[in-house]
Design a binder for this molecule. Sequence first.
Ligand code: ADP
Ligand code: MG
Length: 785
Amino acid sequence: MKQNNGQTPNNENLRVVIRVRPPMAREIRDGKFISTVQVAPDNLQLCIFDYHAIELVPDEDLEQYVSNPSNYTLHQFTFDYVYDQDSTQEQVYNTTAALSVDSTLQGYNSTIIAYGQTGTGKTYTMHGFSFNPNSDQLGIIPRSLHNIFNHIQMKSNSSTTFMVRASYLQIYNENISDLLRDSASLNIREDKKRGVFVENLSEWAVRGPAEIYQLMRKGNAKRVTASTRMNDTSSRSHAVFIITVEQIEEKPEGKSAKVGKLNLVDLAGSERVRVTGATGQRLEESKKINQSLSALGNVIAALTENRGTKPHIPYRDSKITRLLEDSLGGNCKTTFMAMISPAIDAFGESLSTLKFANRAKTIKNTPIVNQDGDQGALLRKYQLEIQKLKSELEERSKQPLENLVNELEKEKQKALEDKQEAQSAYEQRSKDLFKETELRKQLEEKISALNSQMLVGGQKIEETPQFQSALEKQQRLIRQQYQEKLTELEKERQSIEEDKAQTDKYKQLLLKQRDIMIALTNRLNDRDETILQLQEELDVYEKLQKENEDQLHSQQIRLEQFEELFLENKIEIPLLLQNQKQFNKEKVVDIQNDLQIQKLESIPVQTLHTNQQVQSDALISYELKNQIEINKQIQFDLKLTRTELEKSKNEIEQLKKKQNTEQGTLIENARKSVDKILELLTSEQSEQSLGNVAKELNQLQRMLKQGIQPSRTHVKGQYSFSKSTSDSPNKIMLINKQNDSMAKSTGQLVKLMQMKPQPKQNQSPVLGSKLKQKQKSVEDLWNQI
Ligand code: ADP
Ligand code: MG
């Protein structure tokens, strides 16, 4: 908390000092060094010479050239202090840093910022590269602490109590790390009590000068490790050493606490701001350095340029400016130390550093003493603790001293006993250890004697006859075992070979079997097709056979009808017809035989002879058997048909006979009836006799009608009888009979004509010709008729 306790804040400018470092060996040519910087004797002013085209001047003319004012432009600056190249660390401390330390001891926040190009002595000035308290090389940090402790020492008998703490941090690539403790990246925080601070940054209590160096070593080692790892980042990182001094002063009016802080800042090399052409990590670093240093430049610019209204100061643009927020334009007494090199080579950098520092001069800070703030709480807490302990001690002191002495004596005795016990145990352990070591040594010696080419009695072990014979024996044994193993292996190899051959054989066999199987499958497929074809053909044959038989049968009937017709008409049966009948019978047998032969022929010859396989033979024999069976069946069927035919014929004969006898009786009766009529007609002509004649005639007519009826179905109305006819009854009868016979034969002829065979469609080519033959013979017969 920035408390002023009624103080009137003093606006004071940043103190700006310049330090010119001495020339380095590499900057001296032929024992001569040409400086571009000149410091005024009052140590307040400084001139820098801008030589025109000095790089073109030969070395021998340099001295003369630089002394001619027409060859340079002069830049002049005034600062709070300018240290020339001969200034010592002590001088710098005493005339600049000591003021900051004093301010801290007074309870102010103080800051010293070292700014400048790399290699101009920032670290040298701040640190000093020495850990020897008596060295004149010691920088500001150790000198500050020494100074603080001296101050504390001086005040040892006063009523003031002090507490000194130190922290050390680094900002690299915008990451804050603790240089006194391993830590992750740290963050900057701000609160009302503490202002801006680094969260979780370790603080180390420093109780004496010895502890200063311990901390410095620790911090620097970390910074160096980091710099090696990051390729000399010491010039690319900012380092801040923070010393906090808390003090409580006992006054008659009461206690007063003060907290002063000293920030010692070693900035990264300012020349990096203008580095161009860098790549990769370097570029990133440059960007970050650029970022932080240009942020510093922007903060300074904002603080110095805008004076009227309250300007915005971009502290938050980088970690370093955020951390130095109090130091730049805030509650702090700040000293800006710019380091420059006097060398011509560094002229540009030196001039820009001087300009930068010159600008910083105008920054105004408002430092106040941090009094009675909570920042003194830690010290107060410690003081309370001390008081408590002190009272405890006093309490103890009140106890009789004798008791304490006795107690102490007892404890001493016990401690002595413990010590003795521990010592004897230690001795025992040592003895054991010694024994163990001896034993191990012996063993090692033994082993090395066996292993090495050690000489035994002036002769190498392996050359002794015992060793030789043992070796030979061992070798023999090994050889024998080897031989046995070899034979075993050979046997194994042979058996594997045999197994392999056997496997090959099986393989071949399997392959052959596979081929056979494929062939068989193909053949079976072929056979299936053949069977199907045969089956189809067989069906056709059977159908045809049936048709033929039907045809023959109808022809037979027709022939018989012809026979009958001829008989009835008392015409001699032509020989041709008889022959045809015989021919038809023979034909039936022929067709049957043909069919059987054709069936056998239609089986492919190849399948009968070329088949070597058992399966196919079986198939053929099965098929043959089948065929034979079928043929047998056909024969049997034919026989059956034939007997049927015979039977039908007999029946027809019998019917014919019956009809003939019936006809005979009918004719007889008719004749009787005619005679009776004639008799009646020739007898007396009475009315009754005429009526009888009429009756008789009617009866005769009915009789004749009934008798002829069955065979007259086709020729109705051909038969006629007229009452008015003048023909004699015999004549009539004859006519009737003739008419009857004619009608019969005419009807049969019509029937025959209707039965005229039609040409068959879709018949097999084999049977086609046979059928044609048959058809022709029937037609011939027909024509003859
Ligand atoms: P920076 O930290 O600025 O990069 P250093 O502090 O590392 O520079 O200094 C670079 C070198 O110059 C070091 O060897 C240092 O000892 C030397 N040096 C710097 N300033 C002085 C000086 N005023 N007197 C003697 N030697 C110096
Ligand atoms: Mg340095």
